[in-house]
Design a protein around this ligand. Sequence first.
Ligand code: AMP
Ligand code: ZN
Length: 500
Amino acid sequence: MAELKIYNSLTRQKEVFVPITPGYAGMYVCGPTVYSDVHLGNCRTFISFDVIFRYLKYLGYRVRYVRNITDAGHLEGDRDEGDDKFSKKARLEQVEPMEIVQKYTIGFHQVMKLFNNLPPNIEPAATGHILEQIEMIKHILKNGYAYEVDGTVYFDVEKYDKEKPYGVLTNRKLEELLEGTRDLGGQDEKKGRLDFALWIKARPEHLMQWPSPWGMGFPGWHIECSAMSEKYLGKKFDIHGGGMDLAATHHTNEIAQSEACYNVNPANYWIHTNMLTVNGARMSKSAGNGFLPGELFSGDHPLLEKAYSPMTVRFFMLQTHYRSTLDFSNEALQAAEKGLKRLWEAFRNLDRLYRQSDQFPAVASDSETENRCLEWIAGFDASMNDDFNTAKVLANMFELAPVINGLKGGQLSRDKISKATLELLYRQFNTYLTDVLGLTEDKDVDNGRLDKVLQLLVEIRKEARQRKDFSMSDKIRNELQQQGIILKDEKGGGVSWSIE
Ligand code: AMP
Ligand code: ZN
């Protein structure tokens, strides 16, 4: 197997990926909080991990990819206070909290599909794993790293830090972290400023609550990922991922919980994706600067100059390495749209050349072109092995495009590269474009043009009928039908069409 290097946030280094079980990779990624639509920033993170999932599979690993659904336990306040976001929304919309969960989970899946993200192997929901979370909290209490106050259970960060560094993931000392937090208020039940809730006592009006050894309540947000990753991937697994914004709190707390419970950091490699920004500010639900994918696909947003297809957006994201920030702009998306078109055009030309591969020699006449092509092709794997550098893979594809187009158009003689290299180029280009990068050709990009052409054909057919030239009008209808385009005569004399 090729040597894959992953930048591990835990050690702040690129490390060779050595799986716990040879040939198998377990990966857990923090999924969406389903009380509202996912925005494009969330999508960037899920697209990044989709490519990582795809690449691990390409390398031949059997992958178990677990991505959770957070459907309970997210409070409005940052100090384990305030209303649960699901309950608040449910009250606002006068529905059951699980109706909110269902609505946004379905929406999330639709968006993932539009972006051509593969579904994870397991998608566990927090509300389906209350028992596992309670068991884990009991264990942490038994080990002495948590305490209960009036039905709420807190993790004791300062006690834990005496034995293991709490800020290990972000390389911060406890003193620094303490400096950055507010003093406890007089009526606070917590012992320490950094303590966080594992279980939260529910007020009677709270809509989502479960019985526990500490009374009616609901789990804190962080415990769900610890409990569910352990259940489906074991106490120690290979990769844990999420957006960079999760490292300082959510993932730091996950590590503390697993260490306190099982004496182990749950993952060998911690991968964090960088943020999608708008005018330099992080796109987030709370900041209200989030584009919804639907707004992007329809162009219906004051900041958008036009609509962009899901594949344009996916491509735009993959042109930047996942650990760099990516700023949203119309110019960048329009450039991506053009770039992606050029890539598909090159691929279509390559496809035609591949079908004529017998015209290529066994030995290339020009070793320079041949070797350059081989280097660019080898660069696909080399770039992905270098911490999943999709930006470099795409740059190599753009280097190859003029060679492919030249061979197809005749500007470059076909004896310049060998048949074997052409076939390798075809296989790798195809595999990378569709399987590894997960791009599909946008059929809808040309829908506007197709509409105009169909309109024209409908006009011609109408004129033919007026002339009583029925053989012409039937011909148009039948030929279109063969292409899967169905014309339908409407009652008022208009004609509509549908594409099968
Ligand atoms: P949430 O639904 O807010 O819990 O976020 C789901 C995932 O999206 C998490 O992994 C976040 O880290 C990630 N995320 C949130 N905002 C952004 C952003 N602006 N850019 C990239 N990823 C983000
Ligand atoms: Zn999580």
